[in-house]
Design a binder for this molecule. Sequence first.
Ligand SMILES: NC(=O)c1ccc[n+]([C@@H]2O[C@H](COP(=O)([O-])OP(=O)(O)OC[C@H]3O[C@@H](n4cnc5c(N)ncnc54)[C@H](O)[C@@H]3O)[C@@H](O)[C@H]2O)c1
Length: 418
Amino acid sequence: MKEKKIAILGLGYVGLPLALQLSLSYNVVGYDINDIRIKELRKGIDKTLEVSESLLKKQQKNNLSFTTQSKEISDCNFYIATVPTPIDERKKPDFSALKNVCKTIGKLLKSGDTVIFESTVYPGATEEICGPILEKFSNNLKVGKDFFLGYSPERVNPGDKVHTIDKINKVVSGQTHKVEKDLLEIYSNLTSGEVYLAKNIKVAEASKVIENAQRDINIAFINEVAKICTKINISSYDVLEASLTKWNFLNFEPGLVGGHCIGVDPYYLAEKAQNLKVRPEVILSGRNTNDNMVSFIGREIIKKLPSSSSCLFLGITFKENVPDLRNSKSLELMNYLEKKNLKITFYDPFVKRFKGFKSLAKKDLAKKKFDGIILSVPHKKILFNFKQNFLSLLKEEGFFFDVKGKFRNKKITNYWSL
Ligand SMILES: NC(=O)c1ccc[n+]([C@@H]2O[C@H](COP(=O)([O-])OP(=O)(O)OC[C@H]3O[C@@H](n4cnc5c(N)ncnc54)[C@H](O)[C@@H]3O)[C@@H](O)[C@H]2O)c1
């Protein structure tokens, strides 16, 4: 065991896998304000389905513990914050969780401590927002002199069992050479991938937020292409397949862009740009295009299904193979269609109930037939034996909407995809 003692604050999709993995090399205490989450983690239950129950239990017998009490992390010398950085209803960065966690850490700070941020922010936030709050709530300590800042953007991709936290390349940055050295050591123990030292904290912050903004913009372009293809009555997937035979054509697919990263982080970059009097036209245009895909797909469905049609909506989480419903555009699409008077029943292997909507009951499987089936989020568990389990529930004259084009080569009649 190394002499560093690490606290991870915020045990969600990012914080929990990080705490678990770091506990293989260090003493780690995981802290969260959510009492229920902590109780579950102590029992080995991870509702996000990102870590294994056996490892969670095993590490708690070794050097990992979980708490809601800040005094229990007061003897740590490294604090890593992995709290949410969402947007508010005006699509502006919401720094409230980040500011709160800084207050918590500030009160615990001791001379020589290091505070590392992994939450996605815009360049400058760590030093301009977090540093001053930490200082204010500390016992007269000065940032950069008595305690130090570091930043390491998180790249994990929930539901992705290939690019896992123990393998992916990591960017680190620190306020001083000592912090840089410490972060290189900590994160080299975390991952077998490359640990890249960024020139400074702002560079590391910017590197993360542009990764997600770039992805958003590329998808937006393909979504625009998909709209054009729909009007021409050709499949955008067929077009992409042809274009991809060129060596430098980029591989992006059309679709709904939800969740708390790709659909959120560009607004952080846009906010920074606007603060600097740079108009983030490309960034916001991409966001706008992607957000509008809900109503575009919704209108396409309505064109083919008359009012009061019965509809089976498959997959409501924000993406495949995760239980996360935050900022789910499929959920928005389901709401949109309901408002247009379609009679919706939904099925999602990760979500048993959702307020205001009927879920597909086992007893429905035998007798119920639908006018429309909308495959919005093709979870592996939905795709398994799809024709028999779900497509068989479509009326003979019914319409199948395959948002992600999974069955476009299967010669299904009354078929629509982007
Ligand atoms: N989830 C991803 O795919 C992903 C990937 C890369 C980066 N990120 C970034 O990582 C950060 C965390 O995201 P997440 O998806 O893990 O969030 P999450 O909502 O899954 O988890 C955040 C946790 O922080 C806790 N929390 C909130 N305020 C707190 C406080 N003041 N003190 C202690 N705990 C607090 C919450 O209770 C929750 O358990 C965000 O900035 C996000 O943009 C997320």
